[in-house]
Ligand binder design. Structure first.
Ligand code: ADP
Length: 265
């Protein structure tokens, strides 16, 4: 056909270059398709587990003829907890879907320190309950181009994890520094840490180092994927490394909002 004729005319080098490009593209499509399929299958699995528990609890109540009301109440309360879990998972799945569809990122300078302080305010009851200290070292005047809600989500997920995966008597340090062209937010904790071999997978959807611990803390394994997608959507980057002698350090960089004449100068 015309297509092969055209490729022939361009000679062997061109042909093999095109073939390479074609193969590379097919490979990438397959990977995307595979990632998508795995996501759907993982999501179904995550939703099935609480549903199965609800089913089992309901059946136990219905089938036992002489269940005392105290036990029945406990079962119903468990059902409520599983339902809450389902709500958390579906809310986060919706957030991820929203992030998947390219949308114009709202412009507007957001003051990162103010957002972090709001997160601290929200987290302080939890931190007190588990005896973890929150220490903020925030440079004022760090503005980024973002939506406030998205930035809040990022700071909240990182700081909540730093509290959740900590130990009694532990500390969470949040550092905010402004550089010439970027704003750096660092969330460090003295907690349980993440094994070196798990670090590359930590941003994957549903990935959890310790499923039992995450579950007990109400986790879904989606928080860090949301952080990752959000940071990328705002033109930022995120890295994670083990902290010496213990704990974890997450570092997020956002392009800095430049006063007068917009950005990128
Ligand atoms: P989850 O809802 O389970 O907290 P995330 O996506 O927020 O899900 O985090 C994924 C996993 O990464 C967690 O289950 C936990 O094992 C690990 N993790 C995240 N943050 C920390 C941290 N600061 N210290 C230790 N482990 C962490």
């Amino acid at each position: 056909g015309e297509y092969s004729h055209r490729v022939d005319m361009k000679g062997g080098d061109e042909l093999s270059r095109l073939a390479d490009e074609f193969n590379e593209l097919t490979g990438r499509l397959q990977t995307t398709e595979e990632v998508r399929r795995r996501f759907v299958s993982d999501a179904s699995h995550e939703l099935k587990t609480p549903l199965a528990s609800i089913r089992l609890l309901a059946d136990s109540i219905l089938q036992s003829e002489h269940m005392d009301s105290q036990t029945a109440r406990e079962f119903v309360s468990d059902i409520g907890e599983e339902a809450e879990r389902l709500t958390r998972i579906t809310e986060k799945l919706l957030t991820l879907t929203r992030l998947d569809t390219a949308r114009p990122v709202q412009t507007g300078p957001v003051d990162v320190a103010a957002v972090v302080e709001r997160v601290e305010h929200m987290l302080s009851p939890l931190a007190r309950a588990v005896e973890v200290a929150l220490e903020l070292h925030l440079q004022p005047g760090c503005l980024v181009r973002a939506t406030e809600d998205d930035l809040y989500q990022v700071a909240f997920n990182l700081m909540e994890n730093a509290v959740k995966y900590n130990l009694p008597g532990g500390t969470v340090w949040v550092y905010l520094t402004g550089e010439a062209h970027r704003v750096v937010l660092r969330v460090e904790d003295s907690g349980v840490g993440i094994p070196e071999e798990d670090l590359p997978k930590i941003f994957d959807r549903f990935y959890r180092v310790d499923k039992a611990r995450s579950r007990a803390a109400g986790g879904t394994g989606l928080g860090l994927s949301i952080v990752w997608d959000t940071v990328r959507q705002h033109g930022g980057s995120i890295t994670v490394h083990r902290r010496e002698p213990e704990g974890t350090c997450f570092q997020v960089c956002f392009p800095r909002w430049q006063e007068e004449g917009g950005e990128g100068t």
